[in-house]
Write a protein that binds this ligand. Structure first.
Ligand SMILES: Cc1cc2nc3c(=O)[nH]c(=O)nc-3n(C[C@H](O)[C@H](O)[C@H](O)COP(=O)(O)O)c2cc1C
Length: 381
């Protein structure tokens, strides 16, 4: 492919270059994948009002997310195993984000560690926390995030237990891949990926191995993860984490207005309307369908952020028009990373920026902060 022009172009290239088990890990949802598909397709039913003969000069996409300036309201979402889409993937994605002036969020389940990002990127970043039963480990992780200069903590609430993704089971997902015959045959067709991996020491869960008790090697890690995610997580734990962290707190994975109400009462700075990219509760509403009721419930009281199904700048502007203050992208940047490393993430962000800018202009606006429900055709949202 000469020049990827869309996120779909990047996806096709990533599928060619990334080993099957990691490509499938990104491009999959829970069970029937119905919610995963709806996250994307529900955007298509929302129609924009085209305006003409309005001044389109001097446009700006600059905004804020949890009070921090952003070049456009699009952050990179936390994604596990990003360093398996491409060697040193988290470092490369964080660099691309910092050059583009948007936040990068490191997952608890990343390959590169908090310290790796702090040492190799040098710009502040955000950190996503999963709550494990081992509260000492969580307390230490929060201290490490502080020491690494993290400026916002994203606490994920929708993964107390793991939704089943069939492809991961069939592929025997592990990091790094086990040397089975099927894996070796597949890896032989991905020479770039293999060379990159041979060249980096980062091939396992950098935030965890060597830091959590009883996790010295990878074979014990998968069972440790299944055992350690805390199914008893509660709003009291949210308070404990909020107090321990003391900085900007974003609650991720809210899909229901009643939970949004609890989130608002918790005193967190923001919530992310999210169904984990359709990877958890199959049969749940798409994120974009869930957004308006949450905005109505708590919109005036806390910042509403959004993720799920964004594959273009048009999708970003639709989420903003329905009341999101900012958005996150997951797979869009992972496809860029798998396709072309740092350059691919930069390309992804360029594509979305350009689409957002032109769409905003054609809707008759010049400042992204002015985007609201007026740009939507009524009765179609
Ligand atoms: C491969 C992959 C791994 C993910 N890992 C995490 C994670 O470790 N922590 C988390 O809070 N969310 C995780 N998510 C969910 C994303 O943060 C985000 O909610 C989702 O990707 C948004 O949907 P989109 O991919 O359609 O943009 C993951 C998503 C994907 C695709």
């Amino acid at each position: 492919m000469a020049q990827p022009l869309t996120i779909e172009d990047l996806r096709i290239l990533a599928k060619r270059r990334v080993p099957r088990m990691f490509y499938d890990y990104a491009d999959s949802g829970a069970w029937t994948e119905g919610t995963y598909r709806a996250n994307e397709t529900d955007f298509a039913g929302i129609k924009l009002r085209q305006r003409v003969a309005v001044d389109m000069t001097n446009r700006t996409l600059a905004s804020t997310m949890v009070g921090q300036p952003v070049a456009m309201p699009v952050a990179l979402a936390p994604t596990g195993l990003t360093g398996m889409q491409h060697a040193d993937g988290e470092i490369l994605a964080a660099r691309a984000a910092s050059k583009a002036g948007v936040p990068f969020t490191l997952s608890t389940m990343s390959i590169c560690s908090l310290e790796d990002i702090a040492n190799h990127v040098g710009k502040p970043f955000w950190f996503q926390l999963y709550v494990m039963k081992d509260r000492d480990f969580i307390a230490r992780l929060i201290q490490r995030a502080k020491a690494a200069g993290v400026t916002a903590l994203v606490l994920t609430l929708d993964l107390q237990i793991l939704g089943q993704r069939h492809k991961d089971i069939r592929n025997g997902l592990s990091a790094p891949p086990k040397p089975t015959i099927a894996n070796l045959i597949n890896l032989a067709t991905k020479p770039r990926w293999c060379l990159g991996m041979l060249d980096t020491p980062r091939r396992s869960f950098g935030n965890i191995v060597g830091h959590a008790k009883g996790v010295g090697d990878l074979s014990s890690l998968s069972s440790w993860t299944a055992e350690q995610f805390d199914p008893a997580l509660s709003w009291d734990d949210v308070k404990w984490i909020k107090d321990l962290w003391g900085g900007k707190l974003i609650l991720k994975g809210i899909l229901d207005p009643e939970d949004a109400e609890m989130a608002a009462k918790s005193g967190a700075d923001a919530l992310i309307v999210s169904n984990h990219g359709g990877r958890q509760l199959d049969g749940a509403l798409s994120s974009i369908a869930a957004l308006p009721a949450i905005v109505e419930q708590v919109g005036g009281r806390m910042e509403i952020l959004f993720d799920g199904g964004i594959r273009s700048g048009q999708d970003v502007i639709k989420a903003l028009a329905l009341g999101a203050h900012g958005t996150f992208i997951g797979r869009a940047f992972l496809y860029g990373l798998g396709a072309m490393g740092e350059e691919g993430v930069t390309r992804c962000l360029d594509i979305i920026r350009k689409e957002l800018d032109i769409t905003m202009a054609l809707c008759g606006l010049r400042d992204v902060r002015d985007v609201d429900g007026r740009i939507l055709v009524k009765g179609r949202a």
